[in-house]
Design a binder for this molecule. Structure first.
Ligand code: ZN
Length: 375
């Protein structure tokens, strides 16, 4: 019995290595190239491919290339064989994304709602909007792997509750309140952790600190094989580093936090205008807007500098605020470099590769990775 189990597991690993090779390959793949690249016999490759095709996970790509005088048929994975849903929760809006196995966006929907702390049962509302998203975008429930939920909250190390979520005005609340009405597998994670992990896993592949600039400011530390969580799962809470002692009040109750200076809230709350209008004004040199923007950039530079001093790795900026940052990166880097005694330039500072819907896509990745591991 034990031997049988070993053989089965070995067979599964072979099938998995074939699938992963096709998943990760950017080049033309055929039965012959798979056998060669993975050091497998052709019959083994045939047999496993038949299984994978039968399961609807692999298909002929339709492309043919001649290799050594013979025509070889191209192979590829079926990206939408399964999908996962990612939900990003902020104080007044939900963002839903459906992502295929290659983390490509299949559908997106944004929903506005009253502040969560004022809603009677947010869990019921969330579950209802989730079903509506699936129905309206005609997604096939039988192919769905699960629902990832990301929110700006510190989640307890035992995964049972939210210890603190300043921008949502929540404190010490069970995770059940979010997921209890959802009839699919769920996974709940901090928003910056989700975004940072996806960015690191898909594109960066080296040590990095991720600084998420959204309604709130968060972060993640990705070193070695993955995320450094910290003892209390609060590593990378860059938003509450003090960048101005006694400065602007923060939603956490303290003063002078990076979040108080660099969140999208600061712009929309103080000025009462959408971000697009604000940045159009900055471009037109509206004095009030320009002053605030430069103040924001200066404090952001202090934050980036502190992160670099502590971790000595790349710093990657993500989140929806970064879509407005490209024209101001030279200036931001100038501010950053001015505060660093070791480096004349801030070449380690980057904008994230994923610009759109990073957080919901990032939290959906959990189920996609899990699925690929089990093939
Ligand atoms: Zn704070």
């Amino acid at each position: 019995m034990e031997l049988e189990a070993t053989i089965t597991e070995r067979r599964r690993q072979t099938r998995n290595s074939i699938y992963r090779h096709l998943y990760e390959s950017r080049d033309f793949c055929s039965k012959q190239s798979l056998a060669r690249d993975l050091g497998l016999s052709l019959p083994t490759v045939y047999q496993n491919l038949t299984e994978l095709m039968h399961a609807g996970l692999v298909r002929n790509s339709g492309e043919q290339r001649s290799t050594g005088g013979r025509r070889a048929m191209g192979l590829q994975i079926v990206p939408d064989a399964r999908y996962a849903i990612g939900v990003s929760i902020t104080e007044t809006r939900l963002r839903f994304v459906a992502a295929d196995l290659q983390l490509e966006e299949m559908a997106y929907r944004k929903v506005h709602h009253p502040p969560i702390a004022e809603m009677k049962d947010f869990g019921i509302f969330l579950a209802g909007e989730l079903e509506r998203f699936i129905d309206e975008t005609h997604l096939d429930r039988s192919r769905m792997l699960g629902v990832g939920i990301a929110l700006p909250a510190v989640i307890a190390t035992d995964n049972s509750r939210i210890t603190l979520a300043p921008t949502l005005h929540l404190r010490d609340i069970t995770l059940q309140f979010l997921a209890k009405e959802i009839p699919y597998p769920t996974y709940i994670e901090n928003d910056a952790t989700s975004g940072g992990y996806a960015e690191w896993f898909l594109y960066w592949h080296r040590d990095m600190a991720y600084l998420l600039l959204e309604t709130g400011v968060g972060g993640a530390v990705l070193v070695g094989d993955g995320q450094y969580h910290g003892v209390n799962r609060r590593s990378g809470e860059f938003g509450h580093m003090c960048v101005e002692p006694g400065g602007l009040p923060c939603k956490c109750g303290k003063r002078g936090c990076l979040e108080a200076y660099c969140s999208a809230w600061r712009i929309s709350d103080d000025l009462g205008i959408p971000l697009s209008e604000f940045f159009a004004g900055v471009e037109r040199h509206v004095p009030e807007y320009e002053t605030m923007w430069h103040d924001l950039l200066r404090h952001l530079a202090i934050g980036v500098n502190n992160i670099r001093m502590v971790l000595d790795c790349d710093v990657v900026l993500g989140g929806f605020l970064t879509q407005y940052l490209p024209p101001y990166m030279p200036l931001l880097k100038e501010y950053v470099a001015a505060g660093n005694p070791f480096e004349p330039s801030a070449d380690y500072l980057h904008l994230s590769v994923m610009r759109r819907h990073t957080v919901p896509l990032g939290v959906a990745l959990h189920f996609i990775q899990e699925f690929i591991e089990t093939i």
